[in-house]
Design a binder for this molecule. Structure first.
Ligand SMILES: [Fe+2]
Length: 297
C-alpha cells in the first residue's frame, strides 16, 4: 500500500491552497461573493406522478448582510432564478444572519421587497431558519408578511399545478431557541402535526431548514428539501470537516441523499455562517425538475 495516496496529495494541496494568500482571497472574496451557480437535479421520487412535471427553484441560507451578501446580491439571485422560469420558488430559511465580521444589517423590508421581482406561477414560499429566530425573528416575519411572501410554519397547503395537485409542507425551525447549554436547543418543528394536515393521496414536497429531521420524515413524503449546512462551507474532498452543522456530519452535508427509498436534497445555499469564507462549495441556486418529461417538453 503506497504511503502517499493520490487522495492524500489532493487533500494536502487543497489545504495548502486554502491557507495561501491567493487561496485566502479566493475563499474570502471570489467564491463567496462573486460566484453563483445553478445545480440541477432531475428526478421522479417515489409517490411523485410521472406526469406531474414541476420545476422548483430553491434559494437557501442567503444570510443577507453588509458587506458579504448585500442587497445587490439578492437582486442577482432573483435575476438568476427568473431566468430558470420555475413553476415554484421556495426559500429554506436563514434570510439574514450576523457575526463578528458583519459591518451592517440590510433592513429586512429592503431584502424582502427585492424578492417581489421573482416570477413564478405558484409564487414564493419560505420557512424560517435558526438565524432568523436567533437574531431578528419578529422584524423578519413582519418584512416577509409585508412583501406577501408566504411563511410556512408547520403547515401543509394543497397546490394546483396545471390541473394536478401536490402538497407543499414546511416545518418550523429545529434550533429556534437556545437553552443556554452547549448545543442545547428547543425547536418549533412539528412534523407529525404538519403531516396530519395532508388529507389526500396527492404527493408531498417538504421544506425543512436543518436536514437532521430527515431520519424522521415518513416515506409518504416524496422529496424533502433542506439547507442550513452550506455544504460544510469549506469542503476539501478527503479532508474531514468537524464543523458541518449537522449531528450526522458528512451524511447530510450536501446533495441528493437517498435512504430507504426516501429522498432529500440538501442545498449548499448562498451565504456564510460564523466566518465570511467559502471554499469548495460555491454559492448555488438549486433547480429541481420533478416528473418525467417528453422530449418535446
Ligand atoms: Fe441555518
Amino acid at each position: 500500500m503506497p504511503l502517499v495516496t493520490r487522495r492524500s496529495l489532493l487533500t494536502a494541496a487543497g489545504a495548502g491552497f486554502l491557507v495561501s494568500a491567493s487561496g485566502g482571497a479566493y475563499a474570502g472574496l471570489i467564491e463567496p461573493t462573486m460566484l453563483l451557480g445553478v445545480t440541477t437535479y432531475e428526478l421522479t421520487p417515489p409517490g411523485w406522478p410521472d406526469d406531474l412535471a414541476l420545476d422548483v427553484a430553491v434559494i437557501a441560507d442567503v444570510h443577507v448582510n453588509e458587506p458579504y451578501v448585500p442587497l445587490a446580491r439578492v437582486t442577482r439571485i432573483v435575476e438568476t432564478v427568473n431566468r430558470l422560469k420555475p413553476d415554484l420558488v421556495v426559500h429554506l430559511g436563514d434570510h439574514e444572519a450576523t457575526n463578528r465580521f458583519v459591518r451592517a444589517r440590510v433592513p429586512p423590508r429592503e431584502w424582502a421587497a427585492a424578492y417581489a421581482d421573482l416570477s413564478a406561477p405558484l409564487g414564493l414560499w419560505t420557512i424560517l431558519g435558526n438565524h432568523d429566530w436567533w437574531h431578528n425573528s419578529r422584524e423578519i416575519r413582519q418584512a416577509l408578511d409585508g412583501a406577501r411572501i408566504r411563511v410556512m410554519e408547520n403547515e401543509a397547503e394543497l397546490l394546483d399545478h396545471a390541473g394536478k395537485r401536490f402538497w407543499l409542507a414546511g416545518i418550523g425551525d429545529q434550533l429556534a431557541h437556545w437553552l443556554g447549554g452547549r448545543g442545547t436547543f428547543a425547536g418549533e418543528d412539528d412534523l407529525p402535526g404538519t403531516m396530519a394536515q395532508v388529507t389526500t393521496d396527492d404527493p408531498v414536497l417538504l421544506l425543512v431548514h436543518e436536514p437532521d429531521i430527515f431520519t424522521q420524515v415518513p416515506a409518504r413524503v416524496s422529496l424533502t428539501l433542506a439547507g442550513h449546512t452550506h455544504g460544510g462551507q469549506v469542503h476539501i474532498p478527503g479532508f474531514p470537516n468537524p464543523w458541518i452543522p449537522s449531528g450526522y456530519g458528512e451524511r447530510f452535508r450536501y446533495g441528493h441523499i437517498v435512504e430507504e427509498g426516501r429522498h432529500m436534497i440538501v442545498s449548499g445555499g448562498i451565504g456564510m455562517s460564523i466566518i465570511p469564507v467559502r471554499f469548495g462549495v460555491p454559492p448555488e441556486i438549486v433547480r429541481v425538475r420533478l416528473g418525467r418529461r417528453t422530449l418535446a417538453a
